[in-house]
Design a protein around this ligand. Structure first.
Ligand code: ZN
Length: 685
């Protein structure tokens, strides 16, 4: 599971004076040797901004550790094509075509339409396909089909991915509706329960079958009495061929084989420089899994991985998250290479070593609490490379593995990606967001001074404790909440974090210096859930994304339930809407109440109640307020979404051997994307 940045426009200038160790921050400023000179924000287009992140501490690792990061980073980049193809079956053809035109077009490159074409290509790169990475709606190219024909005509050197026997004219005629017709593949993920979600989603996980057929296929496979079920369907495409339904498994020799082989090659190199025996076993098991596609092997790998707590360097690499599948079963490919930030990790260690206290005092029914919270490990990491579904748009926190039984029996590993949040905050300095949306000067001050710490500790609690807390009643299926499970799971983790961040225990443990950061976090959360996240929704649209549904659900439920006591107040000033929290303790109580209910829904698998909560509070948008927020936001000229250019990690060779690795920070998004397409394209278009 993942935590994403609430909103990328926040100005969070906090200098960290809390008792939580923040030495990592200072190091970051020295990473280039030129404090303050590092350019975090590179460019902005459409609704996106492109940033860079620094990798402080890289030079303090040993040469062998740096080489390990180099190999893992290569493995992270080799799966890039996979996620393009998973998102939509023609994405690789589209990407190749656009890149060929971009490189070879001999017409007027200063024409405004060529500018629009360039923005479209950058958006396709960003989304790993033609659908918006967040709304999952098909992106409007912004130029005409006629102009597209003119681009192709005037790109004589372009090598287009023609099918056998196809002429260029036929190719353009075939591709045009895919790009320009809003009715062709309109949405990557359709979560509308009144439709066949499999058939109305453009993602490439199912072919030729209905939702019912897909559900039935896996229903039959499942054994309800199995205490350790594999994650059925996780690593395959389900297709109906000649009336037969079969799984095409992602593995060496299987679907996506050529890319998986490259990932395996680099993992093999990595296993040769592993830090210790355990880590070597982890990497070897992953290679095993990629070779066989066996999901039991994947579980064995996860158990090994979650128990690797001593290594400095760590990674995510595989088919992990199921957000991209309307049925929540099939995982997109992703990778994150990282190493532990030793100083900042002390904060999360305090939290996780008290996990049982938090579980025992949680406001949920005792039947739904874990008697023994196992192995909640947590650390703050420094990201060194992002790949697949984590690039260029990245989460800020990760909690894995996802399989419920592994989490229950072996715990989970939870990370906060602090050099990423730091880059977000640096890139947002002075953009006017807080001044526009905060209800008072006092709130702005609180946000500037304590917002960043509050948000980091929220992420710690969400990942270290929230997702790992609670238990299902015996016999409850982990999939019972179906299309609402992601939103409710995120709500559960957020509520756990919100409830506890205001607990005096946080000060007592030394995680927070006072409750000011908690107040700042409450302000941010409510403001975001009720208003500012609406900047990410197009006019007339409802909320689809699980994290956003969760945030509106939590904020608007509390707003409604606290109305009598005036806990959250909505008011207007100079024609603008604001929200203000009048009673922080009261709000904390409401968070606790809702946490108890969401946990009950999950523990009992109460689909109906879950649906009522999500549909009732998390989906519908207040259209008048939405319009107002969009207008205010537009004036600030801030892109609501952000993503990152990766650092470049290059090997240092001696006598034909890789003996060390160096890091540098490219600052050109387009160049990096073209470089990746040239170096890491392993799948047929
Ligand atoms: Zn989460």
């Amino acid at each position: 599971m993942k935590t994403f940045k609430l909103i990328t426009g926040m100005t969070l200038m906090a200098i960290f004076t809390g008792c939580a160790p923040r030495e990592g921050k200072e190091k970051q400023e020295n990473a280039t040797g030129q404090p303050g000179d590092f350019k975090f924000l590179l460019e902005q287009f459409a609704d996106l901004k492109i940033m860079r992140y620094q990798v402080p501490g890289f030079d303090e690792l040993t040469p062998r550790q740096r080489v390990l990061i180099y190999y893992l980073s290569e493995a992270a980049l080799c799966g890039r094509d996979i996620v393009f193809d998973q998102n939509f079956r023609y994405n690789l053809i589209v990407r190749k075509t656009l890149e060929e035109i971009f490189t070879h077009y001999e017409g007027d490159r200063n024409h405004p339409d060529f500018g629009k074409f360039t923005v479209y290509l950058k958006r396709v790169w960003f989304s790993n396909g033609i659908h918006h990475h967040y709304s999952t709606d098909k992106i409007d190219p912004g130029f005409s089909g006629a102009y597209f024909e003119e681009l192709v005509r005037n790109s004589p050197g372009a090598v287009l991915p023609l099918r056998e026997g196809q002429t260029v004219r036929e190719f353009v005629a075939w591709l045009s509706p895919i790009l320009f017709d809003p009715n062709v593949a309109p949405k990557r993920i359709s979560l509308d329960p009144s439709t066949d979600m499999v058939q109305s989603s453009a993602c490439n996980f199912y072919d030729g079958l209905t939702q019912q057929e897909a559900e039935l296929f896996y229903e039959k496979m499942k054994d309800p009495s199995d205490p350790d079920p594999v994650s059925y369907g996780l690593n395959s495409r389900l297709v109906k061929k000649d009336g037969q339904i079969v799984e095409e498994v992602y593995r060496v020799g299987g679907l996506y084989g050529p890319a998986v082989e490259k990932v395996v090659y680099w993992l093999e190199q990595a296993s040769g420089v592993a830090e210790n025996e355990h880590q070597h076993a982890v990497i070897s098991k992953l290679i095993d899994y990629y070779r066989t596609g066996n999901l039991e092997t994947f579980d064995e790998y996860n158990v090994l991985w979650v128990n690797d707590l001593d290594s400095r360097i760590d990674f995510v690499n595989g088919f992990i998250e199921v957000y991209g599948d309307p049925l929540g079963m099939k995982a997109t490919w992703e990778s994150v290479v990282n190493f532990k930030d030793m100083d900042a990790t002390r904060r999360t260690e305090i939290i996780s070593s008290n996990a049982q206290w938090f579980e025992d005092h949680s406001p949920v029914d005792a039947r739904f609490r874990k008697k023994k919270v196992k192995g909640v490990s947590a650390k703050v990491i420094t990201v060194a490379q992002l790949g697949g579904d984590c690039y260029p748009s990245t989460p800020i926190g990760i909690n894995l593995p996802n399989a419920d039984w592994i989490r229950k029996e072996h715990g989970s590993k939870s990370v906060t990606m602090e050099n990423i949040t730091y880059a977000y905050d640096q890139a947002a300095l002075g953009n006017g967001f807080l001044e526009e949306f905060c209800a008072s000067e006092e709130e702005i001050g609180l946000a500037k001074e304590w917002g960043s710490l509050g948000s980091n500790v929220h992420t710690d609690l969400h990942e270290c404790l929230g997702h790992g807390s609670g238990q299902l009643l015996p016999g409850t299926s982990p999939e019972a909440l179906k299309n609402y499970s992601s939103a409710l799971e995120e709500a559960r983790a957020d509520l756990f974090a919100l409830y506890y961040i205001m607990d005096p225990k946080m000060v007592e443990l030394g995680v927070l210096p006072s409750l000011h950061p908690a107040r700042a976090e409450y302000n941010t959360y409510i403001r975001n859930g009720l208003m500012s996240q609406l900047t990410r929704i197009e006019p007339g649209k409802n909320i689809e994304q699980a994290h956003m549904r969760n945030r509106q659900l939590v904020a608007s439920w509390c707003c409604e339930k606290g109305r009598d006591r005036n806990i959250i107040e909505k008011f207007s000033r100079d024609g603008k809407t604001f929200v203000r929290i009048n009673d922080y303790e009261g709000l904390r109580g409401l968070f606790g109440e809702l946490l108890a209910e969401v946990q009950r829904i999950k523990s009992e698998g109460d689909y109906k109640a879950g649906m009522k909560l999500v549909e009732g509070y998390g989906v519908q948008v207040d259209t008048v307020l939405h319009q107002e927020v969009l207008e205010r936001f537009r004036k600030l000229n801030i892109a609501p979404y952000g993503g990152f250019v990766n650092p470049l990690i290059t090997p240092v060779m001696q006598n034909g051997q890789v003996t060390d690795a160096e890091i540098s920070y490219p600052d050109d998004y387009t160049k990096q994307m073209l470089y990746y397409s040239e170096k890491y394209s392993f799948l047929d278009q």
